[in-house]
Design a protein. Structure first.
Length: 139
């Protein structure tokens, strides 16, 4: 399955399972549950893509955290769906405007796959070449 949400402008890739099935998205995370809604919002966005791609309704999904070996049920209620829609709208507004949010370094940055692209530790007044030299990334 390669569902895409036209309304959210998002695309997600999922494996294909033939036959009768009920779509229940499960998102696997390496760490532990976050204090923010970020994981739930991502899961809800994935569910929205599946719903739009296949004309189905998905009332819930699950988040599985590898560090705690815990599965958390996430109900896709009106409040979560509204927040997901608002986040998608804001993302597209920022993209269209060409604006980028200045990164803020936090403990969660250390395990982020985008750390080297985001460079949250770079001072806003610092030249990129100075930052790269300081990180020993430039000869």
């Amino acid at each position: 399955l390669h569902p895409a949400s036209e309304s959210q402008g998002a695309h997600f890739h999922h494996p294909k399972y033939p036959g009768d099935w009920e779509a229940i998205p499960i998102e696997y995370k390496r760490g532990r549950p976050k204090r923010t809604n970020a994981d739930k919002l991502q899961l809800c966005a994935e569910a929205t893509c599946l719903e739009e791609a296949y004309g189905i309704h998905i009332p819930r999904g699950y988040l599985f955290y590898g560090e705690t070996k815990h599965r958390e049920k996430v109900d896709f209620d009106a409040e979560l769906r509204t927040e997901t829609r608002q986040m998608a709208d804001e993302m597209h507004r920022l993209y269209k405007s060409g604006a980028s949010i200045p990164p803020h370094y936090a403990a969660c940055c250390r395990s982020c796959s985008l750390l080297n692209l985001c460079m949250p530790q770079m001072n806003s007044r610092e030249r990129a070449s100075d930052y790269l030299s300081r990180c020993h990334l430039l000869d």
